[in-house]
Design a protein around this ligand. Structure first.
Ligand code: ARG
Length: 283
């Protein structure tokens, strides 16, 4: 049987510490040796008010917390009319409230989220995003707020009855995934580039399955359940493909925002808010 990958919790603190090593661009104020954290916001080393440009703003748009997502991922993010709702939207809203900021949600291709975070177009990515070693090279992750499992969707009566059938030596099935997700990465590793068909989102992957372009779809379990409920003739295999942790990604250099998000997640976990949000969407 081929490799089944389990992803471990993020080592957010280590990542945050490492991020400092690459930190550049600290403007030198007055006495030539200002170090991040020693000077209060809006003051120089002597405590005099200075121009705002020496302090990096916490978020890209003042007073707002801008989140990138891919809103085709029920129940984490999806459209209700023209509004994006779901577990991630509500958790992000609660974090924004704790930080005294207004939440702004930007919907984009899943594949664009990390770049948007890295380039400073948005403050954070909240998209049922799995913490992976590879992604930790580009962004930092908050503490995890939920768990996910990669599941396998097949047509009723499929020859693929278990994950072992799919992974069996000599088996050659076409696997549908959402582009750049962990389902994509794992499948490519396990089944080879030539057997993986990448779609813009889970709905399209499921249409590919219904139309016979692929033999199964590998996607996170809760979106899988929603897709199976919305489409006739599909089932989820009982054996899962991989376990994962979801977290919020933030630009490497924005450790201040990461710390604030982590503190908010901590409080929202302690007081039961996150569990309550998850429970409204996952019964
Ligand atoms: N958990 C998977 C990953 O991180 C899939 C996430 C897809 N999210 C979305 N909003 N479409 O790769």
């Amino acid at each position: 049987m081929k490799k089944i990958i389990a992803i471990l919790a993020a080592v957010a603190t280590v990542a945050a510490t490492l991020a400092f090593a690459g930190c550049t661009n600290n403007e030198v104020i007055d006495n030539n040796e200002v170090v991040e954290g020693e000077v209060k916001e809006g003051e120089n080393a002597e405590g005099d008010a200075i121009e705002g440009e020496t302090e990096k703003a916490l978020t890209v748009a003042e007073g707002k917390l801008t989140m990138a997502t891919n809103a085709y991922f029920r129940p984490y993010e999806f459209y209700e009319g023209d509004k994006i709702v779901g577990i991630d939207a509500e958790i992000a809203e609660a974090i924004a409230a704790k930080l005294g900021l207004e939440l702004v949600i930007e919907d984009m291709e899943f594949n664009s989220i990390i770049t948007a975070v890295q380039s400073g177009a948005v403050d954070m990515g909240v998209a049922g995003m799995t913490v992976t070693e590879e992604r930790l090279k580009s962004v930092n992750f908050s503490s995890s707020y939920a768990n996910g499992v990669q599941s396998i969707i097949v047509k009723e009566g499929s020859a693929i009855a278990t994950v072992d059938d799919l992974c069996a030596e000599g088996a050659s099935y076409k696997v549908g995934v959402q582009l750049a997700t962990t389902g994509d990465t794992y499948s490519t590793e396990d089944f080879g580039e030539e057997n993986v068909v990448r779609y813009s989102n889970g709905n399209e992957a499921v249409l590919g399955l219904a139309g016979g372009d692929v033999d199964c779809v590998i996607i996170d379990n809760e979106p899988a359940k929603a897709l199976v409920a919305e489409n006739e003739g599909l089932v989820i295999l009982e054996t899962a493909y991989a376990d994962e942790d979801y977290a919020i990604c933030v630009a490497k250099e924005n450790t201040e925002l990461l710390e604030k998000i982590n503190a908010a997640i901590d409080e929202l976990t302690q007081d039961g808010t996150i569990d309550a949000i998850i429970a409204t969407y996952i019964k």
